[in-house]
Design a binder for this molecule. Structure first.
Ligand code: ES4
Ligand code: ZN
Length: 325
């Protein structure tokens, strides 16, 4: 079993991280105070005590209400910069950050405010030794029309947004709902990924849709694919990786899905370990890798392979990859 220090020191790429999920209670209180907002909590402990989620809906409620403190461009900058500083401590060398514009535009903050704040942090991240890009996620529990409007808003910035993804509540919101938006996004040059959350009613059908109807390059979560050998062989053949988040899984479905992760790793699938929403699950990327290694008794070789996989399926040039492989 590798030590915590060894895992922290391994160079890593973080490929599944919602930047709004990095809002720590300290910054939440500070921004609420600055923006003169009453968020119903006065102390860090009170905020932490409210983090009692045991399902995706109960998590998403806290997640969306918490981000209301983000109001100005500088607030978004501060959030992203604080995450990048933390990531550097975990030896994250490549970060592909999800952001959720609709979670802000739906409450009256402009797309420009959100984007400009995040992008300023992204463009300064080389100072921390991190190469960073943004992936814009659509909220799947909002309409396809709203996603299409969001894509329109992003077009002036398309050279500064690497790809698009799909997050929020999957129940009743299959990948195909967004087929047209993703077709357009691809035609505009965006790279494609989508969440296929753990143990959905239609997990295998949703995985089929993302692979064959949407044509994603990665799947976020997606470990249910282990149930279908044909699809496992397909993603191996096409080097389509999975961005797994064991600690998040532990909160949302009460199972880190380590057996599935190990099985897929043994079959040569490019599985990676990521933190999803580290401020809420109180686990940054090294903590996720360490927790998985401890609970499932991973060998050093397995942990190193997981870290290497993260660079192999990162959306960077082959030249940039060779620095880490
Ligand atoms: C998320 Cl854990 C999770 N699931 C789906 N969507 C999300 N957005 C942020 N965290
Ligand atoms: Zn996620």
């Amino acid at each position: 079993m590798p030590s915590k220090e060894f895992i922290q020191g391994l160079p890593k790429a973080e490929l599944h991280l919602h930047i709004e999920g990095t809002l720590e209670p300290e910054l939440k209180l500070q921004l609420a105070d600055k923006n003169q907002m009453d968020i119903g909590f006065k102390t860090i402990d009170e905020i932490k005590e409210s983090y009692l989620f045991n399902s995706l809906p109960s998590f998403l409620e806290v997640y969306y209400s918490g981000m209301s403190v983000l109001q100005t461009e500088d607030d978004f900058y501060q959030l992203a910069w604080a995450y990048l500083e933390k990531a550097a401590q975990h030896n994250v060398r490549r970060a592909e950050l999800f952001f959720d514009p609709q979670a802000h535009t739906s409450r009256g903050v402009t797309f420009e405010t959100v984007f400009n704040g995040y992008y300023r942090a992204v463009s300064e991240s080389d100072k921390l030794g991190i190469s960073t890009d943004l992936i814009m996620c659509f909220l799947r529990d909002m309409s396809a029309e709203s996603a299409a409007e969001t894509l329109e808003q992003a077009l002036p910035y398309k050279d500064k947004i690497l790809g698009v993804g799909l997050d929020s509540d999957e129940k009743g919101n299959p990948p195909l709902k967004f087929a047209e938006v993703f077709r357009k996004a691809k035609a505009e040059g965006f790279r494609l990924t989508m969440h296929c959350d753990i143990d959905q009613e239609n997990s295998i059908e949703h995985i089929r849709q993302v692979l064959f109807d949407i044509g994603v390059e990665r799947i976020d979560h997606g470990t249910n694919i282990v149930e279908n050998q044909e699809y496992v062989d397909y993603i191996n053949k096409h080097t389509i990786g999975l961005t797994c988040c064991p600690v998040s899984n532990g909160f949302v479905v009460d199972d880190m899905k380590g057996q599935e992760i190990i099985e897929l790793l043994e079959q040569g699938v490019k599985v990676t370990i990521n933190s999803d929403d580290p401020a809420y699950f109180q686990s940054y990327i090294s903590d996720d890798l360490y927790a998985l290694a401890q609970v499932y008794n991973l060998t050093t070789e397995q942990v190193v392979q997981l870290a290497k996989n993260s660079f192999e399926i990162a959306w960077i040039s082959d030249e940039e990859k060779t620095k880490f492989l």
